[in-house]
Write a protein of this length. Structure first.
Length: 618
């Protein structure tokens, strides 16, 4: 039951916010006609609610201004409703002056659930309309002094569900003084403080991720991929808040600043909206908005209480100050256990990623792309590899080294992924590895060249990918873009991606690609065409057969190999007969259930192949 006190009449001379024109007009009416009571004058009901917000629900008197508009309690807030502007009786505003709660009042003679006429909304419908129109708002109240409605908007599916009561204001000055997290030094320097304690590095980052995922699965009944999606949105906000909070200011991603979970949820949605807007502007400034597109346009789907629980978990930690190695390793371990079932097709196991990148041997001079990047794990491994083998210890200055890693990420590492959900994961993965996210394009890796805007054929020195296989392309518009699609009614995706990879590679460029076994054989007419195509465009330098169970833990049963090509140089004579290095890995470090037991043979194979000098032109 709501804890609001039964309606009581407040004399007009004791009304709040009488400097407001609407209140003043109603006050004058009430004073001139004492017989006009709460059954005729709605303001009596609004004044009861305003007084209850202070006395029963503990909202600070400082939120109330005489004019009813300059404080955090705003009377007659205008809301766009179609082509019209309508006014909400009371709006409670967050610190960005965006409503987080609406209250609609009616005089006591009006039923809040009934429509006064066919073309007019009831009080409940009115307040639900206000809430639906404002991104940051989540809870609404309607009352006539007797009947009382409280509702919360549910984003997916979009509908209102019952809410217990007006949320009470629970923040105290003691909480503010003792616990508030403030930015006392710039990120990257020695320490930050919260109420006298240092803001911690998230050395237990993987545990935090698993705890958050469990909350999302349990409290919100989300599927694993849906939970991962919401988690990426909240981590995007957390990163944004850490980066953009100014020295001496309080971080906004914390519970201590807010009076209740509803205000906190509104704050998080407001920050999310700011972060999305600034991300779009950042992409535009870099000339990449049309190509990359912002993938954080979807609303946060979570209840305010769920947001509060996750904020409580993350707020003591600085994700930016936690080492990239710790963040990256934790996120990859987490993804390895999460990317099962529906998401398994997008996941490349860690040992295979390290094997591919180790043999490709990228440097800080290489321009790299994955045209089917999924969660961007191959790209982040390229960043890791270049940082460790090409940039670290090169400049003699740690900050300069990290600046160069960041520049490399932003300028020379690119990805394409058609799934918006996976692009959000990829963007988060790249942020964890210190950026490069603006180069992740949410589009089809088999698209027309004109639709890429900033990509062109023969642009990249390295192409590394694990393309989707098992499905075929039957769309004639797509098939006719490719030599291997000409005259065909259906072509497996992996074959078209193989051709796209050759198209992306510059002469002499290096390619690593996971392919189903048998694709390079020539027992069928199509296989003959494939062999003729890759022979004409490049050289197979190595084929590494992978164990049958490589992708079994992630829902795929295909026998695969890791194939390495070098595109023919512009002046190189195309050989027909040449030696191909053939290897077979038996131990990849995990069993068919996905249980990791060792590093397997990966390091040994990388070391062996790199000694063969497979990339040189003969």
């Amino acid at each position: 039951m709501p804890k609001i006190k039964p309606f009581y009449k407040i004399e007009p001379t004791e009304w709040l916010c009488t400097g407001n024109g609407f209140v003043a007009a109603e006050q004058k009416k009430a004073l001139n006609d004492p017989s006009a009571d709460e059954y005729r004058i709605e303001e009596y009901v609004r004044q009861w609610i305003l007084r209850e917000l202070i006395e029963t629900y503990n909202y600070p008197e400082s939120w109330f201004s005489n004019d009813g508009t300059s404080g955090r309690v705003y009377l007659e807030w205008e809301v766009s409703h179609g082509v019209n502007l309508v006014r909400a009786d009371i709006a409670l505003l967050n610190e960005w002056r965006r409503p987080f709660l609406f209250i609609e009042c009616k005089n006591r003679s009006i039923n809040i659930y009934s429509r006064p006429s066919n073309n007019k909304a009831s009080a409940v419908e009115q307040v639900q309309g206000y809430t639906s129109a404002i991104l940051e708002a989540n809870v609404c109240i309607a009352t006539n002094g007797e009947d009382f409605y409280a509702g919360r908007i549910q984003v997916d599916p979009s509908q209102f569900v019952n809410f217990p009561d007006i949320p009470s204001y629970e923040r105290s000055k003691t909480t503010l003084d003792k616990y508030t997290l403030s930015k006392s030094v710039e990120l990257g320097e020695e320490s930050e403080t919260l109420g006298g304690e240092g803001l911690q590095e998230a050395t237990n980052f993987e545990v935090l991720l698993n705890n958050i995922h469990d909350i999302l699965r349990g409290d919100e009944n989300l599927q694993p991929d849906e939970a991962l999606d919401e988690m990426c949105k909240l981590m995007f906000i957390k990163f944004y808040d850490e980066i953009n909070t100014k020295l001496g200011e309080d971080y906004k991603f914390q519970e201590y600043l807010y009076g209740n979970s509803v205000e906190l949820g509104s704050a998080i949605r407001t920050i999310y909206n700011q972060a999305k807007t600034e991300e779009k502007e950042r992409l535009k400034r870099r000339g990449k908005y049309d190509a990359s597109k912002s993938v954080f346009d979807e609303k946060i789907l979570l209840k305010d209480n769920t947001i509060k629980r996750i904020v409580e978990i993350l707020q003591p930690y600085s994700l930016k100050r936690t080492s990239v190695d710790v963040r990256g390793r934790a996120f990859q371990n987490f993804l390895g256990t999460t990317f099962r079932g529906n998401l398994g097709q997008y996941f490349t196991p860690e040992p295979i990623v390290k094997l591919m990148v180790g043999i490709l041997n990228p440097t800080d001079k290489d321009l790299c792309i994955d045209p089917a990047c999924g969660s961007a794990r191959i790209l982040t491994q390229i960043l890791d590899y270049v940082r460790e083998n090409s940039i670290n210890n090169k400049f003699g200055d740690e900050k300069l080294e990290w600046d160069n890693v960041k520049n490399y990420a932003e300028d020379r590492v690119h990805g394409i992924e058609v799934s918006r959900r996976l692009v959000r994961v990829a963007v988060m993965d790249m942020m964890i590895y210190d950026d490069g996210r603006s180069n992740i394009r949410c589009t089809d890796g088999l698209e027309e060249w004109d639709n890429y805007h900033d990509l062109e054929p023969e642009q990249f020195s390295i192409v590394a990918t694990n393309p989707p296989f098992g499905a075929s392309i039957t769309d004639p518009l797509v098939l006719t873009r490719f030599a291997l699609g000409q005259g065909q009614s259906s072509v497996p995706k992996d074959i078209l991606f193989l051709e796209r990879c050759f198209q992306l590679l510059k002469p002499g460029g290096r390619m690593g690609i996971v392919l189903p076994d048998g694709i390079l054989s020539h027992t069928k007419n199509r296989d003959v065409a494939i062999k003729e195509y890759y022979r004409d465009h490049g050289k197979v330098v190595a084929i590494i057969a992978l164990p049958f169970h490589t992708f079994v833990p992630f829902g795929a049963n295909a026998k695969t190999s890791l194939v390495f090509f070098r595109k023919w140089g512009s002046k190189e004579e195309k050989a027909i007969d040449y030696d191909i290095h053939m290897l077979e890995i038996e131990d990849i470090g995990y069993n068919p259930s996905g249980e990791v037991y060792s590093n397997g043979e990966i390091d040994e194979v990388v070391s062996f192949v790199n000694k063969l000098d497979i990339w040189s032109e003969e």
